[in-house]
Structures are given as C-alpha cells and as structure tokens.
Design a protein around this ligand. Structure first.
Ligand code: MLT
Length: 334
C-alpha cells in the first residue's frame, strides 16, 4: 500500500519539472557515457582461474585496460558450464562496468539446459569475437597407452574404469569428451570440474586419466612429456606440436572442434560505450605480445571483420543452429 502511494506521488510532476528532470538525466547520461570509464571494469570469466578461458581473458584484460585508461579486473564465476556467469552478466547493470568473455558454450547452453534464465540472442550486447582455439586429447603421463591405437585398446579393455575430466555440462571439454566416446562407442567415467584449469592439475597429478583440453596452456606440458597427447581436434597437425597426429588421420574421420570466443556486455549498454569497448578489444588483439602468446599456442585471432558486434552475433546465431540439433539428438546429460 505504502509503495503504491509512493509511486503515485512520484508521478505528480508538473510538466515543467518533468521536462527539466528528463533533460538533466539525459545530459547526465550523455556525460557519463562520454567520461566512461571512470573506475575499473569487471571482466567476468565463466570458468575457474588457470584454465583456457581465464588465460585468454587475462591476456586481453591488460591491453584493453591500457586502451581504456582503467584497470580491467578478471572475475571468475565458475559453475554449471558457464551458465551461472552468463546469468550474472545478463542481470548486471548495463553501465559498461561489467563485461563478459565466453566461448562457444554461449551457443550450446540453450540445448543443454531446460530453463535458462537468459537468452543468448536477446539478453546481451555484442562487442566482438576474439580467437579460435584448437583442442588436444590428453592422457596422464603414466597411462599404459603410448599412442592412439594403444589408447583405443586400453579403453576397450577397461571401459568405465577409465576416467575423463571435463569442465561441466556445456563446457567444450565435455562436448569434445562425449564426442570422442560416442565415436569410439564407449562410456567412460566422466568427472566434472569447475574449469579445465583444475582438471589439468589433476591430470598432471595422475588423479584422472583423460582430458580433452584447449591448446591455450597445454602445449608446454605436451612438449616436456608431463602429459601424453593422443590427437588434435583439427584437420591439419598443429605447428607447435607437429609430432602429434590429428584424431582425423587416426581413424576418427571429421573429428574437428575449434573453440571460438566472444566478448559481451549486459543488454542496454549505450552504443558509445560499446564502441569504446570494441576499439579496446581490437587494440588488445593487435598487441604484439598478445599476438605472440596466442600464436605460440596455435590459437587463431579472428579477422578484423569478426571483431565486431555483427561478427559475433551472426556467428552465435549460426552456432546455436548448428549445435542445438546435434546436442538434442545426442541427448547429452546435464
Ligand atoms: C575453461 O576455461 O576452463 C574451459 O574453457 C572449460 C571448457 O569449456 O572446457
């Protein structure tokens, strides 16, 4: 009752007062957009620290912050394959101080989760695509198998005794792992983590047998033999690890997974702020250190035309339509 009264009272403006207030608000908003950013910006990451998404976020956060004149602080909000973070961002204030990086999980979530509290196509603004990351099927160092053929035989002999880590439903490590199992016609014991950062730690420690992970930080471990690499998810071998055959050439024909990434904001962020974010993202992706770090991990920076709102939104739309039917048909558990 009190609240209703208050609302009615608030609407009793004289015409002049209302016009003046609206004018003041408008110029205040325009001023806030012109001055933006006046404080640090939160870059939300939907997986645990130390993983591939986190690494790319931290790589672009510094040059983006330099371009914007404010610190870009990475905030890890892991859980439920990225949907907890997506929900948080969709509900955040559209003031440009919350931005978001997510991979293709943005396109797969709708088919994986029954009641998603956001819509990937309408709950966000789109800043631009970032990079495409290949994946590698990894095994712990002490696994008895030394190549893909031996791995196949080991899996067939041991079945569900073999454990495979992933970063939860909607994570690309889960999709890659399930695709691998379905192609082999086996069901392993799948173990979810809050990101492939902690999953890789357990693979290195020998607590889990297999993990399909992105190349973002796995290449040094492959090169120094701390993990075994059984195959890449690319059609061509990766220059950084030329001795690792593709899964395609080892019998899993057409086994291709490349993980694309995009930067988003909550819906309603004003265009001038989106433009500044887009310019900062472009600057970050042109930074020589960023380029080198990505190149070393055989990660492709997307062409400039895709580092745009249209580039990201169109790609997201296409990918939702590609993955939706595949996931629904496969009946992937959540
Ligand atoms: C991560 O950053 O941990 C990964 O991108 C998770 C995944 O999707 O596998």
């Amino acid at each position: 009752m009190m609240e209703t009264k208050l609302k009615i009272k608030n609407f009793v403006f004289s015409g002049i007062t209302a016009a003046l207030t609206a004018g003041a608000l408008l110029s205040g908003n325009a001023l806030a957009q012109k001055d933006w950013p006046t404080k640090s910006i939160n870059l939300v990451v939907p997986f645990a620290a130390g993983g591939p998404t986190d690494s790319i976020a931290r790589l672009i956060a510094v040059p983006m912050g330099q371009a914007l004149g404010q610190t870009v602080v990475v905030e890890n909000v892991p859980g439920a394959g990225g949907t907890i973070a997506s929900t948080k961002v969709a509900r955040a204030a559209p003031d440009g101080y919350t931005i978001y990086i997510h991979h293709m999980g943005m396109a797969t979530a709708q088919a994986l989760y029954d009641k998603l509290p956001y819509d990937p196509m309408t709950s966000f603004e789109y800043v631009g695509q970032v990079a495409d990351v290949p994946m590698v099927l990894l095994g712990k160092k002490d696994l008895p198998a030394n190549n893909f053929k031996e791995l196949e035989a080991y899996i067939k002999a041991n079945g569900s005794k073999v454990t495979m880590a992933n970063a939860g439903p909607g994570a690309v490590s889960q999709l890659c792992g399930l695709l691998f199992q379905s192609r082999l016609g086996v069901k392993l014991t799948n173990i979810p983590y809050k990101g492939t950062g902690p999953a890789l730690t357990d693979l290195l420690g020998g607590q889990v047998d297999l993990l399909c992970d992105q190349t973002t930080q796995t290449i040094p471990y492959i090169k120094d033999g701390r993990v075994k690499a059984f195959g890449t998810t690319t059609m061509k071998r990766l220059p950084a690890i030329p001795n690792v055959p593709t899964l395609n050439e080892q019998g899993l024909k057409g086994f291709e997974v490349k993980v694309w990434h995009g930067v988003y904001t909550p819906k309603g962020v004003p265009q001038p702020i989106l433009d500044k974010l887009n310019a900062a993202l472009k600057t970050a992706l042109n930074n020589p250190d960023v380029k080198k770090r990505l190149e070393d991990a055989n990660i492709d920076i997307v062409p400039a035309s895709k580092v745009s709102a249209k580039g990201l939104k169109d790609h997201l739309d296409t990918e939702i339509n590609v993955w939706g039917p595949v996931i629904r048909k496969a009946n992937i558990p959540d």
